[in-house]
Design a protein around this ligand. Structure first.
Ligand SMILES: Cc1cc2nc3c(=O)[nH]c(=O)nc-3n(C[C@H](O)[C@H](O)[C@H](O)COP(=O)(O)OP(=O)(O)OC[C@H]3O[C@@H](n4cnc5c(N)ncnc54)[C@H](O)[C@@H]3O)c2cc1C
Length: 411
């Protein structure tokens, strides 16, 4: 665990050792089978159950509802790095409950926490989904610049209820989640103050689903469209009714999603590097191991530099997340910009590493019988989601000065 020093605490060291052991013994031997169209999701579920048993589902949830209350960004990112080395899907999914209930936690919405989040503190797998992206676009919708004006899912107030109408796309855990956090607009004239994050349990009348998407990677996830037609839920299931708070909660989700994606990408870069160092020791040309040739040693050194830089960068930013007194809240422009910066950097570095590994391995790098192709297919989405590569650059610039975009055009 030396590589995470001096950022980690004693409790992180213990958890990281357990997680690393789990990755070696449980994930590595079956990771290729996660892409099997018949068995992949089942294997994924069994592995997630194992991670629940080691405490990852409840880890960042508050103690008062049975969680472990270990919500430091350094703990969460280093765990994601370790897990993603085994398979990138696990860098993301075990932390989803914390992102999804994050708005209720910071808004102190005890109705939601006791009714929905408390179950996630049991020693049993539960599943949650984040329903943000719409057919008209995913980058715009969570963009702080747009201030909620492009969200087309509407929550109408009727008595003690919200009535939700809208169409979401690309929802991970779609159709299997027990609880959905749905991004809505209550009134476009209110801009960011009109944004509502509303918890909708599965089975609520008016919810329906499309068929699973056919994706390049993340094959063991079930990702699909969700339709909300006059879905009625109690007012208390909105994360916060304080004007502007849910808008800030959306930024908080973006901030953590980008930071955790960066750590997961770093885990992929580590996995790729470990594999290719070993592979090039067992492959020869010109009477020497591939890795003993100067050109190939230089390529391996470049991969190591990318890996070390990505890790140092995300650990630094994660430690800033944990020091609110100095760096502010993850709902603010500064940390959102920093999380965006490290996600951009880690994605470029990791995808570059996958390409270099393939070039070092030749056809074996391109073969699905070896792990590099899967690492590349899975890691690409960690770069494309949550703001993508363009809008996140605007968020980086906004950390330093006020950036004004062109006139807003709503399609
Ligand atoms: C495997 C997978 C899992 C996913 N999981 C989830 C999930 O659980 N929940 C969820 O809600 N969504 C999820 N998504 C959706 C994902 O977050 C979106 O696809 C992503 O946000 C990009 O949105 P888009 O595809 O609509 O692209 P668009 O937003 O249409 O972007 C198109 C192009 O325009 C650029 N662009 C768009 N807006 C701006 C802007 N404001 N500034 C600069 N450039 C811009 C983009 O960079 C891109 O080049 C998932 C997607 C996949 C593939």
């Amino acid at each position: 665990m030396k590589k995470y020093e001096p950022f980690i605490m004693e409790e992180d060291r213990l958890m990281l050792r357990t997680v690393r052991d789990f990755v070696e013994k449980e994930i590595m031997p079956v990771r290729k089978q996660l892409d099997d169209p018949q068995r992949g999701h089942h294997i994924y579920t069994e592995l997630m159950e194992g991670l629940v048993h080691i405490g990852l589902q409840k880890r960042a949830l508050p103690r008062e509802i049975g969680g472990l209350g270990q919500s430091s960004a350094v703990s969460q990112t280093t765990t994601s790095e370790e897990l993603a080395r085994g398979d990138p899907l696990f860098g993301i999914m075990p932390g989803m409950a914390a992102w999804i209930f994050g708005p209720a936690i910071v808004s102190r919405n005890m109705t939601v926490l006791e009714k929905f989040a408390a179950q996630f503190c049991e020693d049993k797998l539960h599943t949650a989904a984040l329903s943000l992206t719409e057919p008209s676009g995913g980058c715009n919708i969570a963009s702080a610049e747009e201030r909620g004006r492009t969200i087309q899912t509407i929550a109408r107030s009727e008595g003690d209820e919200w009535v939700i109408n809208g169409h979401k796309r690309w929802t991970s855990n779609g159709g299997i989640a027990e609880i959905y956090l749905v991004l809505c607009q209550t009134d476009h004239a209110l801009g960011e103050d009109g944004i509502a994050l509303i918890y909708v349990p599965a089975g609520t009348p008016g919810m329906s689903f499309g068929k699973p998407e056919n994706l390049m990677g993340f094959k063991a996830d079930i990702n699909l469209e969700v339709f909300y037609d006059d879905v009625r839920v109690p007012k208390a299931w909105r994360a916060s009714d304080e004007p502007g708070r849910d808008g800030r909660n959306v930024r908080r989700i973006s901030c953590f999603a980008r930071l955790i994606s960066a750590a997961s990408l770093t885990g992929v870069a580590q996995g790729v590097f470990d594999y290719v160092v070993e592979y090039t020791a067992n492959r020869f040309f010109g009477g020497k191991q591939v890795r003993q040739h100067t050109m190939q040693a230089g390529i391996l050194a470049d991969m190591a530099i990318d890996l070390l830089s990505a890790r140092a960068f995300y650990l630094q930013i994660a430690s800033w997340f944990d020091n609110r007194a100095v760096f502010g809240s993850p709902t603010g422009d500064f940390l959102l910009g920093m999380a965006s910066a490290i996600r951009i950097y880690a994605a470029d570095a990791t995808i570059r590493s996958c390409n270099k590994a393939m070039e070092l391995m030749g056809a074996y790098g391109y073969s699905e019988d070896y792990p590099i192709a899967k690492y590349l297919r899975d890691s690409k989405i960690l770069q494309l989601w949550e703001g993508g590569v363009h809008q996140t650059r605007i968020d980086v610039a906004r950390a330093f000065y006020s950036v004004h975009g062109p006139e807003l055009v709503i399609p």
